[in-house]
Design a protein around this ligand. Sequence first.
Ligand code: DX5
Ligand code: ZN
Length: 208
Amino acid sequence: MIKIAPSILSADFSKLREEIDTVSSAEYLHLDVMDGSFVPEITFGAGVVKSIRKFSRQIFDVHLMVEHPETQIDSFVAAGADLITFHIEATKHAHRLIQKIHASKIKAGVALNPATPLVMVEEILGDVDQVLIMTVNPGYGGQKFIDSQLDKIHRLREKFHCDIEVDGGINPETSKLVKESGANVLVAGSAIFNAKDRSKAIQSVRGN
Ligand code: DX5
Ligand code: ZN
């Protein structure tokens, strides 16, 4: 099943509630947490997630682009995350971190930057609920899709039967390519929030 995850990074933060209401037809809400160290920018933390949890029933898909992700799990669980994805490049103890996330009764995902090979997560594929393949270098919305990641998605699908999420440069055209390669959770920021009709944009990214 294809699931769409609008990324609020491209939303107007001055009216976040209204913005989130416009994307309620999507299964997930993608929450990009940046710390100014793992990636250059800073976005928001668990406090903001807790506030928006009160009015959204979507699955909260927290994408931690932070160093030392292990220090953030408890706060985001308490804030209402349903799924926490950390970067393999940001931790030395991925297996322990997955156990910590699962101990909180929520789902765990692992993300890979475009330059990170699949072999980095090979030993934990049986432990995670989702693998996130970055199709841009993390840090900003509105970047161009990196085509070379399609082959990575394809190779991962051959051995991984849970959710494969893709993030970065997803629009109605690239959506088709990533789905053909085996991805089933599609993050889209600018393609959805830059559109006037968000429900229509969600449908276009979903495709048929
Ligand atoms: C990038 C973030 C993405 C971002 C995607 O580092 O992880 O979730 O919002 O934005 P688009 O869809 O505009 O490439
Ligand atoms: Zn993201």
